[in-house]
Design a protein around this ligand. Structure first.
Ligand SMILES: Cc1cc2nc3c(=O)[nH]c(=O)nc-3n(C[C@H](O)[C@H](O)[C@H](O)COP(=O)(O)OP(=O)(O)OC[C@H]3O[C@@H](n4cnc5c(N)ncnc54)[C@H](O)[C@@H]3O)c2cc1C
Length: 342
């Protein structure tokens, strides 16, 4: 067993890595601050946000309003865009100097990349993609819940001897907390020791997505293999309800839909008010991405489809027979204009 970089007795506080991109905090960092606040309150701990970037101090107040007691700000021009080596060096140094007990990161592309590197650099364990977490009664150890064997088992993982106890959580797993603008916190600017030689990767172009974020949709109309690649009705219904179209993995694998619409374990975890799930069997890897919906309506030909165990309303029928009259009924109810309404 590798010797810990610092002993558990010297470790203090619960940290959240505040991931930012071009002056905006990632939603998952805010979700983690909410969960961290809840856990820290149960043990009288402080929540510290770690913010790395260039000219990012404007984000500090948002982090404090969302639950941080203290924010460590590490600014440097070479941290303007994320690079594995630059961020790993600065963040690992910060951890070794200040010795956090627990460190949570969002399981975004960059968050996953950074978490793995940092865990190795500071010689600790990492529980990746937690579906829940808590502080253990008595010991106060972080216990991360993760799924294994395709969802067949739940594993509870802790890291008793090494620090920090690290975990990543995917966007959407925890609800975003209500910010409280009256909260006050401490801001600590930390020195950054970083030079061009430390950053071997050169970012030539920074491309951001087209803005689709199905995790923000209040209504999702999701389609799977049963739609046979024809999303006309699904799209029309989503548009009528002011929502977005989501898909199971099959349409992505078949090349019928883009990956940014995929719901589930390897897709997005969503929490819409209404999810209408059409032609999707309801495999565990799909339902983990939709089970937090307030209301689920499932349409499936097979009355034994597992999706019906999750659904609030079950329609055993052909989606191509069910959707046209539903769309017409909505249009009629709106006086025939069919316009989008909330
Ligand atoms: C490690 C791993 C990760 C995965 N991650 C994901 C993930 O993130 N998201 C995901 O979705 N999957 C994921 N999967 C795949 C998952 O296990 C399932 O294979 C997938 O969700 C099945 O998609 P589906 O329900 O669209 O297709 P199927 O399971 O083939 O189901 C199609 C359903 O459509 C119904 N149907 C057919 N025609 C009609 C019709 N005309 N009207 C109504 N119903 C109809 C059928 O009765 C059937 O129930 C993952 C798998 C693994 C191993």
């Amino acid at each position: 067993m590798t010797k810990p970089a610092y002993p558990p007795e010297e470790a203090r506080g619960l940290w959240v890595y505040l991931e930012q991109d071009q002056g905006r905090l990632e939603g998952v960092s805010l979700e983690l601050l909410g969960k961290a606040r809840e856990m820290a309150d149960s043990r009288g701990m402080a929540v510290t946000g770690a913010l790395l970037g260039d000219q990012v101090s404007a984000l500090v107040q948002e982090a404090i309003a969302t639950g941080a007691d203290e924010v460590l700000v590490a600014e440097h021009p070479l941290l303007r865009l994320y690079t594995t080596d630059g961020y790993t060096k600065v963040f690992s140094q910060l951890i070794l100097e200040r010795k956090p007990d627990i460190l949570l990161l969002g399981a975004t592309a960059n968050g996953r990349d950074l978490a793995g590197r940092v865990a190795v650099r500071v010689r600790t364990g990492l529980t990746a993609d937690c579906t829940n977490m808590a502080l253990e009664d008595g010991t106060g150890l972080l216990v991360g819940e993760v799924t294994g064997f395709g969802g067949g088992v739940l594993a509870y993982i802790k890291c008793p001897d090494h620090r920090p106890q690290m975990a990543t959580v995917r966007p959407g797993v925890f609800a975003p907390p209500q910010p409280d603008a009256s909260r006050r916190g401490k801001v600590v600017t930390v020195p950054v020791d970083l030079s061009q030689e430390d950053v071997k990767v050169q970012v030539l172009e920074h491309v951001t997505g087209q803005g689709l974020d199905i995790t923000k949709a209040e209504v999702l109309v999701a389609a799977g293999r049963g739609c046979r690649g024809d999303f006309t009705l699904v799209n029309e219904l989503a548009s009528l309800l002011g929502g977005e179209m989501g898909v199971s993995r099959v349409p992505v694998d078949q090349g019928w839909a883009s990956r940014d619409r995929m719901i589930g374990q390897t897709g997005y975890v969503t929490r819409p008010k209404l999810a209408i799930v059409c032609g999707i069997s309801g495999a565990f890897q799909f339902t983990v991405g939709i089970e937090k919906a307030e209301t689920i309506v499932a349409i499936n030909l097979d009355d034994e489809a597992p999706i019906f165990e999750q659904a609030d309303y079950c329609v055993v029928d052909d989606m191509f027979q069910v959707l046209p009259p539903l769309i017409e009924a909505i249009k009629t109810a709106r006086g025939g204009n069919g316009g989008r309404q909330g």
